[in-house]
Write a protein that binds this ligand. Structure first.
Ligand SMILES: Nc1nc2c(c(=O)[nH]1)N[C@H]1C(S)=C(S)[C@@H](COP(=O)(O)OP(=O)(O)OC[C@H]3O[C@@H](n4cnc5c(=O)[nH]c(N)nc54)[C@H](O)[C@@H]3O)O[C@H]1N2
Ligand SMILES: Nc1nc2c(c(=O)[nH]1)N[C@H]1C(S)=C(S)[C@@H](COP(=O)(O)OP(=O)(O)OC[C@H]3O[C@@H](n4cnc5c(=O)[nH]c(N)nc54)[C@H](O)[C@@H]3O)O[C@H]1N2
Ligand SMILES: [Mo]
Length: 885
């Protein structure tokens, strides 16, 4: 019975949940959703039943619904809903697909979203770990986290227990003793409103996503307008088509920005524009656009770029047509001794560095080829191609910056772009471009409206990037939290030792942060761990109280998409609908925060004075669309006063471009692009055309190839390794500098079709469709006696885990790829993570500032002795023991 990954929601559970009498009746009548895997005594265990009886004549309707995970997509999902049950999912068929007006098509994860909301391990009611009591110390019985049994409790009991314990912790240790283990801009009611009102909280040091693209870009002058690095820093998608060459430095949108970004690249390929891919594997995107591959090992990109800069200078000395010196000197400071910024305290720069003036090593193509694993010819070829004679688009991935060696990589990318003048013109661009605005930047052509808002403490408005100066503090690592001391070598303030509570609102930090083994120790060292969750995910498994959170399918709007960044596709606006009441006893996070605020003596009604549905109506009513003039925003929807009243919302009559109800039925509004329209966007054009008249928001007003303020900000954190103010290789822990006989392989962690980070790792369909591989080079595998499909053990200084070998010719020797996001399942007898979380083996050594060190990990791989350990798709999901399913 327990052989399969997903068990669906049993009839019993449905009948038990009052709100679901209708759904239960529908299931009895034979229209259970196809993801249901029934586990009744009288049916043989089957995996996923495809319901042949289903057809659209059943009494239901197609509704546009939210796809809410953190992949950066935002695509249109439609659910065929019968009595509150999503029977089928389809995607954008609202109009013909064309380049001008593409469909927002969903990927396999979106199409499997039912298993996130309706999976067997859905948290149904508040639960308490049996061995835990408030009060700290012995009461918390912390060693039993992850092993204990569970008890069902009422919401009132849960709220009272939480309020009592949170109050005690704040009274005794202060609010910063609470570690918020998630990205605060998600479903932010706790992080953005409740905790700030209680005095703040401690967040993790190290931004998980962008590595060194996090803070430095602002200071050196790379555009950060949309609140994320580089999201406005490249041109719009039509401009790409004017390039002579497109560079994908890292990047794999086919897996990690599925949907329209791949389409944009495909069109450029069809138009005959050549591509270059720089990275450790010839990934599916490189293959799609038939790119020339320059193989470069993880963590060596700074060496590669340094050599490209050196070779450009040399080529220019020979031929004089490679570097655009006028452009370089008029738009930047800090390239060489004659152009240093006024605030420089160090008499060094990138020119002197690549010439070897400081360390005696010129950064030649031969020097870098050895480090990177490519040929010197490749580097010289590339240096010539990115010279000023070509129009070049250079797209960088975030992945190349998630390592210690990349601390000043943004300066190197900027230096290269300015040497060839590849910025500020049609077909000329550079920057990290991914996620929300992948390969298509510029102001939104259609955008959501302002929503009324309660009292949100001011410092909470931008707690992500402002975390350091807003009364939040940063914990350095799980290890430091577990052991109650600061990290080695740091001189800055460390608060890891003071933390008494972990609060998981959303986010999957035990799984998505480096070093899970120490993560588990940190969880076990706390007085109290609280998780608000959809599924019984690892963070919930190691908690004391678990609260059932509702999904956007149950409350309609999508908090992640709309709260902070408003929307993710430049040309599309989404209007998802809720189609069921909160499942079981679940509540939206905002309701949870509201109830807790009341019990903690705060004025909850002032913090959340408005009905969420009214706020979502504001979002639609106040939405705007850019007029064909490319300048004026006008209202999106047409609605009458009568219709507002009928819907019961506070609103006003207005004339827009689409009727409110028509938009609601379609679920999406798109703005079409055509050649020569006014919707194009050229990043930095004002500054490039007139650097004196439109200075950048940097200390010098220009791009800072030498940036004192960036260096000072990182050094102020008190990290042990000082960084340079200009682009160069950073010497730090791990990476290619840390390879050893014991750990001879470098690791990258591609984002993977099976999951959006850790979300969906419990989904049986996706487990079956996409295995949990370790990508290995064929030669490395042969040397170790490993064959395709073998179970292999990957080990590092932080842990051991097992996965399935995927033996490839398209990956560099000496490198392994471990797709990101599987849920750790520690076998505590032998210390092996049997579900192969990549973060079981990643290191957390933040020597160079706030950048995560995921990709600086070095490992060994060997064939595992037990080849019979069942893989994910054959293992039952973890369920809370002691709780009725
Ligand atoms: N080794 C390694 N680790 C990495 C990376 C890597 O490349 N390598 N990449 C990093 C990157 S780029 C990122 S952005 C981070 C992401 O790290 P996380 O943000 O921790 O990852 P997610 O898995 O998206 O976590 C979202 C969680 O929120 C839950 N959730 C979704 N909606 C709701 C809701 O409405 N309410 C509640 N209560 N919960 C909800 C989901 O079920 C899921 O458990 O991971 C990082 N981790
Ligand atoms: N399916 C899926 N899509 C996702 C996500 C997900 O979890 N699942 N997560 C989303 C999020 S939050 C983010 S931040 C983005 C992540 O976006 P990225 O960070 O760009 O994605 P990755 O898959 O880590 O890396 C992309 C490719 O870069 C190359 N690469 C890796 N390391 C290096 C290196 O050191 N040097 C060079 N030159 N190349 C390298 C590899 O070919 C890899 O396939 O993806 C988003 N999209
Ligand atoms: Mo990310």
């Amino acid at each position: 019975m327990e052989e399969f990954a997903n068990k669906g929601i049993s009839r019993r559970a449905f009948v038990g949940a009052g709100a679901f009498a209708a759904a239960a009746a529908a299931m009895v009548a034979g229209c259970s959703p196809e993801n249901s895997l029934e586990q009744t005594e009288d049916t043989a265990p089957r995996n996923y039943r495809v319901d042949a009886e289903f057809d659209e004549s059943q009494d239901g309707q197609w509704l546009p619904v939210s796809c809410w995970t953190s992949c950066g997509g935002r695509c249109l999902l439609k659910a065929y809903v019968v009595d509150g049950m999503p029977m089928r999912i389809k995607t954008d068929d609202t109009h013909e697909d064309s380049f001008e007006n593409f469909q927002n098509r969903a990927c396999p994860r979106g199409r499997a979203q039912r298993m996130h909301a309706f999976g067997a391990d859905r948290i149904k009611y508040p639960m308490k770990r049996s061995g835990w009591q408030p009060g700290g110390g012995e009461n918390s019985n912390g060693q039993m986290r992850g092993k204990d049994t569970w008890e069902r409790i009422s919401w009132d009991e849960a709220f009272d227990l939480i309020a009592t314990e949170v109050k005690r912790i704040i009274d005794e240790h202060g609010p910063l003793a609470i570690n918020y283990a998630g990205i605060p801009f998600y479903n932010c009611a706790v992080a953005q409103t409740l905790l700030p009102a209680l005095g703040g909280y401690t967040w993790h040091l190290g931004f998980t996503s962008y590595g060194s693209w996090t803070a430095t870009p602002d200071q050196i002058g790379i555009d950060n307008t949309a609140g994320e690095p580089g999201t406005m820093g490249t041109n719009d998608r039509l401009s790409m088509l004017k390039s002579d060459l497109i560079v994908l430095h890292g990047n794999n949108p086919v897996h990690a920005a599925a949907g329209s970004p791949s389409l944009h690249l495909m069109r450029a390929h069809e138009a005959g524009i050549p591509f270059v891919f720089i990275g450790p594997d010839y990934n599916p995107t490189a293959a799609m656009v038939e790119a020339k591959w320059i193989p470069v090992r993880p963590t060596t990109d700074a060496a590669f770029l340094s050599a490209v800069i050196y070779e450009m200078i040399k080529l220019d000395e020979e031929r004089g047509d490679v570097v655009d010196w006028d452009f370089l000197y008029s738009h930047t400071v800090g390239f060489d001794d004659d152009h240093m910024p006024a605030d420089a305290t160090l008499n060094e720069n990138v020119h002197g560095y690549v010439m070897g003036e400081y360390d005696g090593t010129p950064k030649t193509a031969e020097w870098a080829a050895e480090i990177c694993g490519c040929t010197a010819e490749d580097i010289r070829w590339y240096a010539e191609q990115v010279g000023r004679k070509n129009k070049v688009s250079m797209y960088y991935a975030y992945s190349i910056a998630r390592n210690n060696q990349a601390a000043t990589l943004p300066q190197l990318a900027l230096t290269l772009a300015c040497m060839g003048a590849h910025v500020g013109a049609d077909g000329q661009q550079f920057g990290p471009t991914y996620h929300y605005f992948a390969h298509n930047c510029g102001p939104n052509l259609v955008q959501p409206g302002e929503m009324r808002q309660g009292d949100v403490p001011e410092q909470a408005q931008n707690s992500v990037f402002g975390a350091f100066d807003l009364g939040y503090r940063a914990a350095s690592s799980w290890k430091a939290m577990a052991e109650g001391h600061g990290p080695d070598g740091w001189t800055g303030e460390d608060v890891s030792k003071d933390i008494r509570m972990i609060w998981c609102e959303s986010g999957g930090y035990l799984t998505s942060q480096p070093d899970v083994n120490n993560g588990i120790k940190a969880f076990r060292a706390m007085d109290f761990v609280l998780t608000q969750a959809i599924n019984f995910k690892p963070e919930a498994q190691f908690s004391d109280i678990v609260l059932p959170a509702s999904t956007p399918w149950e409350y309609g709007y999508d908090q992640l998409a709309f709260q902070q960044y408003k929307q993710f596709n430049r040309e599309s606006f989404f209007f998802p609908t809720a189609f069921t009441e909160p499942l079981f006893e679940s509540k939206p996070d905002v309701e949870i925060a509201y109830e807790l605020a009341k019990r903690l003596g705060l004025d909850a009604d002032k913090m959340w004075p408005y009905d969420e549905e009214q706020r979502q109506f504001d979002r639609i009513l106040n939405a705007t669309v850019l007029d064909a003039d490319g300048v004026t925003y006008k209202p999106l929807v047409t609605i009458t006063q009568e219709r507002c009243d009928e819907l019961g919302f506070d609103g006003h009559a207005q004339e827009g471009v689409i009727d409110y109800d028509e938009l609601r039925a379609a679920g999406v509004y798109r703005v079409e692009r055509t050649e020569g329209d006014n919707y194009g966007y050229i990043a930095y054009k004002d500054f490039v055309d007139d650097p004196e008249g439109h200075p950048l928001n940097t200390v010098s007003g220009k791009w800072e190839l030498y940036c004192q303020s960036a260096k000072d900000a990182v050094d102020a954190l008190g990290c042990p390794d000082k960084i340079k103010p200009y682009g160069c290789v950073t010497e730090s822990a791990g990476g290619y500098q840390g390879l050893s006989e014991e750990f001879p392989l470098l690791v990258y962690q591609p984002h993977y079709l099976r999951r959006a980070h850790t979300t969906h790792d419990n989904v049986g369909w996706l487990r079956q469709a996409f295995k949990n591989p370790v990508y290995m080079n064929a030669q490395d595998a042969a040397e170790r006696g490993i064959e395709q499909g073998d179970i292999v053990e990957v080990s590092s200084e932080t842990g051991k885990m097992i996965r399935i070998a995927s033996v490839l010719e398209t990956l560099m020797p000496g490198v392994v790829g471990i797709p990101h996001g599987s849920w750790p399942e520690m076998n505590e007898e032998n210390g092996v993570d049997e579900n192969g979380s990549e973060n079981t083996i990643t290191i957390n050594v933040q020597n160079v500032g706030s950048y995560n060190s995921y990709h600086s990990t070095v490992v060994q791989v060997r064939k595992y002795e037990d080849q019979d350990v069942p893989q994910a798709e054959m293992r039952p999901l973890r369920m809370p023991e002691g709780i009725e399913e």
